[in-house]
Design a protein around this ligand. Structure first.
Ligand SMILES: Cc1cc2nc3c(=O)[nH]c(=O)nc-3n(C[C@H](O)[C@H](O)[C@H](O)COP(=O)(O)O)c2cc1C
Length: 155
């Protein structure tokens, strides 16, 4: 029998971003979060995907149980967002995301995927479904991979 020493889990949460309203400042703020998160996640072998729609964020965080817990503890204390709520935490068999920290921000280029997911009414009610967030993050990753010409690796 294979000796299973680590437990792989994913945590999905959503929050309200406290970012600036003007686009350049907002982009700079998101860039800063990305830089910090990438470095930390690489070190902790965390893979993740952050979905951003208006002032709502939802993130899937995958990794070893303790690493995910520690990462989420830091994230939930960050004043750059508020009302951080766990949507789902569970064991997973394998990772679904390839980058330590990737972001999908709603834009004209990916509008169809966001429209299909229709997360906004769920965010506003405070009840986004884990499966919807997960599927949208997966679709945004697939689209980005495809643009880079490496989709054949992720069938
Ligand atoms: C929306 C959002 C997503 C974040 N995602 C991560 C992440 O995936 N990993 C991480 O280490 N930090 C993430 N952070 C940053 C952490 O909240 C924190 O600032 C960072 O880990 C540095 O923590 P420290 O100042 O306690 O060292 C995120 C912050 C925000 C606002």
């Amino acid at each position: 029998m294979k000796n299973k020493r680590t437990t792989l889990v994913h945590l999905i949460y959503f929050s309200r971003l406290n970012l600036a309203a003007d686009a350049p400042t907002r982009a700079r703020q998101l860039g800063e979060i990305t830089r910090q998160a990438q470095k930390k996640n690489e070190f902790s072998v965390i893979t993740s995907f952050l979905v951003v729609e208006q002032n709502f964020a939802a993130q899937v965080i995958e990794g070893e149980r303790m690493s995910v817990n520690e990462t989420f503890a830091r994230i939930s204390n960050d004043t750059r967002h508020r009302d951080v709520q766990i949507v789902e935490w569970r064991e997973i068999v394998k990772r679904e995301f390839v980058n330590s920290f990737a972001t999908g921000i709603r834009s004209a280029a990916n509008d169809a995927l966001f429209q299909k997911a229709n997360l906004m009414p769920m965010f506003q009610r405070g009840t986004p479904r884990a499966a919807t967030i997960h599927a949208l993050a997966g679709a945004l990753q697939a689209e980005s991979m495809s643009k880079q010409g490496i989709d054949h690796l992720f069938v």
